[in-house]
Design a protein around this ligand. Structure first.
Ligand SMILES: Nc1ncnc2c1ncn2[C@@H]1O[C@H](COP(=O)(O)OP(=O)(O)OP(=O)(O)O)[C@@H](O)[C@H]1O
Length: 279
């Protein structure tokens, strides 16, 4: 039984002459413990897909099913952290546990354990404003993982971080998800990130986003960030970039109506060629 299953999943926005088909139809199955990365041109509906999975949006047609139990629900991590500035670090990490009505003593203990794993033990009484971007993102990761989610939905969680920190957090996420067998869907504009983390990399078309290709990075698990220097890594990155380049161009011709400020042109889309630094 897949943990996530989408069938004919479609989402439109607006109506009449303003109707915009943002997504679909999408067919998708994600197995238990699988780490799936989604890449696609800007505005192709990646966030829409994830927001539907998180229950924040409804599909216009088709369905998306998540299999979790009440004790281990799905958790989501956003690019902008999604943590509360008025709560301490400890209270932020405990947040999901509080919602689940986990008794305070146990919730505090679990939150502290995750803060320790994320190297934030000394900051439990701090407020997010006092933390760096990387630390805030660690708080968001700790908060999501503290509920021991069966499914982790991540929308460009490292996009706002510098390249060095991003690499460190990719490696940490790799270790964490492998040790917990979490099922994960991860949106990224970085092909490198997708190849380091993904059991499968799904490529989406320009809007309306459909899944047009999938690749399985040939790196066994447990995996470490060392795969970055594997020759197969560069080959696959080049291949993915070729696949995406056509879609990014297509999106530019079709895409007049999209929320993002990005143009959809190669080099400005958040994706870049095989040798350049990625967004
Ligand atoms: N609430 C909304 N109302 C109207 N249009 C929307 C809404 N949310 C998204 N859209 C449109 O749906 C399309 C897909 O948006 P979405 O944010 O899912 O794309 P994306 O692939 O995540 O983009 P990016 O990579 O730039 O973050 C875009 O054209 C966007 O403008």
């Amino acid at each position: 039984m897949p943990k996530i299953r989408a069938s004919g999943l479609t989402r439109t926005f607006g109506r009449g002459s303003g109707l915009l088909t943002a997504l679909g139809p999408v067919e998708l199955k994600v197995a238990r413990g699988e780490f799936v990365c989604l890449v696609g041109p800007s505005g192709c509906g990646k966030s829409t897909l994830l927001r539907i999975a998180a229950g924040l949006l409804r599909p216009s047609a088709g369905e998306l099913e998540l299999r979790t139990d009440a004790r281990h629900p799905a958790a989501m991590i956003f690019q902008d952290y999604g943590i509360y500035d008025w709560k301490t670090v400890l209270a932020n990490v405990r947040f999901g546990l509080d919602i689940q009505r986990v008794p305070r003593k146990e919730a505090d203990a679990r939150a502290r354990e995750w803060l320790g794993r994320m190297g934030l033990a000394e900051f439990e009484d701090a407020y997010p404003a006092a933390l760096s971007g990387g630390m805030r993102q660690r708080v968001a990761i700790a908060r999501a993982l503290a509920v021991e989610p069966e499914i982790l939905l991540m929308d460009e969680p490292f996009a706002a971080l510098d390249a060095q920190l991003r690499t460190i957090l990719q490696d940490e996420l790799l270790a964490l998800t492998q040790s917990t067998s979490t099922t994960a869907v991860f949106i990224t504009h970085s092909l490198e990130e997708a190849l380091v983390l993904g059991d499968r990399v799904l490529v989406m078309s320009a809007r309306p986003g459909r899944i047009i290709a999938e690749r399985t990075p040939p790196f066994s698990r447990p995996r470490t960030g060392e795969v970055r220097s594997d020759p197969a890594f560069t080959l696959l990155k080049d291949e993915l970039w070729e696949l995406l380049r056509g879609e990014v161009g297509r999106g530019e011709h079709a895409g007049r109506n999209h929320r993002s400020g990005r143009s959809g042109l190669p080099g400005q889309s958040g994706y870049s060629g095989s040798s350049a630094t990625l967004a």
